[in-house]
Design a protein around this ligand. Sequence first.
Ligand code: ATP
Length: 235
Amino acid sequence: MLKIKNIHAAYGNIKAVKGIDIDVPSGKIVALLGSNGAGKTTTLKAISGLMPLEKGAIELDEVPIHSMAPEKIAGLGIVQSPEGRQIFTSLTVEENLKVGAFTEKSREAVDMRMKSIFGYFPRLEERRKQIAGTLSGGEQQMLAIGRALMANPKVLLLDEPSLGLAPLIVKDIFQIVKRLNDEGVTILIVEQNALQTLKIADYAYVMETGKIILEGAGKDLLQDEKVIEAYLGGN
Ligand code: ATP
């Protein structure tokens, strides 16, 4: 289980995260919701080792990881699929996926993982030789998630997987996230699409200006008036 304990993080004078606690139990989907600038991405960066903590601790199975280098954290199985996709646009789909498995020495293991990812994303299989920069937005998002999965994560960190996608594709992406979780991947998902996220999340935290202002089971927050008003458009 991943545990975030009273973490603080800042960019110079800007205090982006001001003492938050988050538990991500093994096998669950935990969501981090909140509007622009709430500190969600900064929290994921802190977990991945890309943002130093001013205070607090992050533990994976009770081992402190917050002073480790990003590669070491990834090696422990915490893998992030970043916001804005950040795929290699001049490489093919297949080459991008292989990059995700760079720590895996066995070619057979890489081939097997790729096959299982094509099971989730048949569109990527059809386009395996296509240059990634020419994929649609939804396909690029699938590729970003697929690439993270190539590292065989214990905990998958998803930063706004639905950003900028058409509603039908958003539905597909959330279904795939749920399926991944059903098959054993623990997920921490950052989203602005609160409705879809709360439908699949076991537990969710709502962040505002660096703090957690509300938390609860996904299905309970879906009924919470404050959440409905602020994030679900009042209906
Ligand atoms: P969004 O949904 O818009 O991505 P977020 O909840 O992920 O928002 P963060 O990106 O974590 O929010 O940003 C939290 C705060 O930190 C914001 O006020 C933002 O302006 C600030 N911030 C983020 N990155 C930097 C940076 N590199 N330098 C200075 N300030 C930053």
